[in-house]
Design a binder for this molecule. Sequence first.
Ligand code: ZN
Length: 310
Amino acid sequence: MKENQVIGLHHITAIANEAKRNLDFYTKVLGLRMVKKTVNFDDPGTYHFYYGNESGTPGTILTFFPWEGIGAGRNGSGLATHIGYSVPKGALSFWKQRLTQFNVPFDEGEVFGEPLISFKDPDGLQLQFVEAADPDNRPPWQTPEINGDVALKGFYNVTLTLDKADATAKILTDILGYDLQKQEAGRLRFGTSNIDTANIVDILETPDGPRGYNAAGTNHHIAFRVKDDNILMDYREKVLAAGLSITPKIDRDYFFSLYFREPGGILFELATDNPGFTKDEPLSTLGTELKLPKQYEGLRSKIEKALPQL
Ligand code: ZN
């Protein structure tokens, strides 16, 4: 791992409608672990759910803002449109059966020779499970129904849909340290050798496709991973030097963050490994209690009453 540079994806954040439906789908149907149950720090009447492996290792964390009653968004250009998970070799047959059992339609296909299935979560967010050519040795979270031979390892890739690839590609290569690795009709695959998992970003170029609209079932932002605050602030200088605006460092309790909008319109974040999800609860009980940031602790009873039932 090249620890002084971007080390793949940190987390991906999307928008959902009903909180309970989202929770049931990701923890029960897909078997991810809820590693943190908190609120949206900018809107404490809304949950913020984090799903991942046992400890919520960066590169495994999918997070949601479930806004009850929000309408459906539309996937299209200017959004990260597909979230790819890595599954063990041979696991796709298990997942096809399991999705069928839960009445989730799926498509089968392949990208760059790797077999995958594509399907949507209950809000329309597009997920892909990929049997990658290279082995993925990350230990997955297991449930009674989903054992380690088939469980999700963490992210494989994320796909950005753009009407023009160039300006975004330049951010990936010149700032974030990715290289163009493969290319096929309409798709560019970028990767970083700084880490060997969650290290792929694809760009789908759709010059005539519809523009995306950000609401339920669409991505809110994607976060790239850095080791600590010092490296985070080095990247802040690089983004500024490229002529883009970027936020100051923001304390997200479980990591420190910077946000900037890349030229294709997608919100990018840089997020640190420190301090991690065991900051305020032990590993064995991660995600079981509602955790609030300091500024909302005094409002706990009011917030708990306003949040939807799970
Ligand atoms: Zn984020």
